[in-house]
Design a protein around this ligand. Structure first.
Ligand code: GLA
Length: 337
């Protein structure tokens, strides 16, 4: 790195297809305008200094043998370690992190940070973005301790302005789906309950899906034909994944047909399935969904890993979303500025 590099990683909204990525299923996310900006400035020596401006916290570690760390520091140290392990040259520098995406909001501040770090630190940003997404995912899995899938990283690194990305996680095939909403709009509203993937419900759900596969004798829930015979709660987890995959394609069809009432109904159905079959909701999220529906939303659902975070809602023309709602639309993927 000969000079200062600034990179931006966007957050993401998943229109539909939740908890399907680690089950070789389908999802329809897009990158949003809000995100994380990372600035890297060369330093002499062999250390990285990092400054999280919004938190007012600092870190410093040796490029060669950084100790593991927790919180945001795990993302920075993990990204540097994974880039080096993949053969990228990472040079001594001072990293500054700032953003407008609240941590724990369910809009993937994690993937935004990972992607911005990668693009700021690598020598040449003309890289295979799917490989970079996998590298970012290893940061979460192996350094942060969250057994998350590839949804967020692919959305953030491969998203396209004006379109959602239909991802088939079986083969990572990606198709852009135009998101033409006319006078309708999508908004997110924070539930007030923060979530943490590295702890609690998320990893537990993932383990339940693995247990269901084992009981069914299949390697991924994509191959399941039903939940028949499984004990609870595994039967409900499988039912969610299968019905959610079907809703992704139904959503793509509704969008292609311009049928936004139907798109709203699919958001509601996804939420009900996440709440009842996947049991990934919490009271704050339920209250937020109710507030959005009361304000006239055609559909509303929790977005991201669940157990807190934000709710996504689709509003018809003329309806006014509750205070605090933020409009979201597909923006550009992670990039150098
Ligand atoms: C989080 C994870 C993703 C995905 C979603 C649920 O955002 O990071 O990999 O599993 O939850 O769809």
């Amino acid at each position: 790195m000969a000079e200062r590099v600034v990179a931006r990683g966007p957050g993401r909204v998943n229109l539909i297809g939740e908890h399907t990525d680690y089950n070789d299923g389908l999802a329809l996310p897009f990158a949003i305008d809000r995100g994380v900006t990372v600035t890297a400035e060369p330093l002499p020596g062999d250390r990285i200094e990092a400054h999280a401006l919004d938190l007012g916290e600092e870190d410093a570690f040796a490029l060669e043998d950084a100790e593991p760390a927790r919180g945001w520091r795990a993302f920075v140290r993990g990204t540097v370690a994974e880039l080096r392990a993949a053969g990228h040259e990472v040079r001594a520098c001072r990293i500054t992190i700032e953003g407008d995406l609240p941590h724990g909001s369910g809009l993937s501040s994690s993937a935004a940070l990972e992607a911005a770090l990668c693009l700021a630190l690598i020598e040449d940003d003309d890289v295979d973005r799917v490989e970079l997404a996998k590298l970012c995912s290893r940061v979460e899995n192996d350094h942060v301790g969250a057994r998350t899938g590839l949804l967020d990283q692919l959305a953030v690194l491969c998203g396209e302005e004006g379109r959602a990305l239909r991802i088939d996680f079986r083969d990572l095939a990606m198709d852009a789906v135009p998101l033409e909403l006319g006078d309708w709009r999508l908004v997110t509203l924070g539930s007030g309950a923060s979530h943490e993937h590295a702890g609690g419900g998320y990893n537990e759900r993932r383990a339940e899906c693995a247990a269901a596969c084992e009981a069914l004798g299949i390697s991924s829930l994509r191959d399941a034909t039903g939940a028949g015979g499984l004990p609870g709660p595994l039967d409900r987890r499988v039912r969610h994944v299968l019905s959610e995959n079907a809703r992704v394609d139904a959503m793509a069809e509704a969008l292609a047909a311009g049928d936004l009432e139907r798109a709203g109904a699919l958001l509601d159905a996804s939420h009900a399935s996440l709440r009842d079959d996947y049991e990934a909701s919490v009271p704050e999220v339920e209250r937020t969904v109710a507030a959005l529906k009361d304000a006239g939303a055609a559909g509303a659902r929790m977005v991201g890993g669940g157990f807190g975070g934000s709710v996504l809602a689709l509003f018809p023309p003329g309806a006014t979303p509750p205070d605090g709602s933020v409009s979201v639309a597909p923006g550009p993927a992670a990039r150098r500025l």
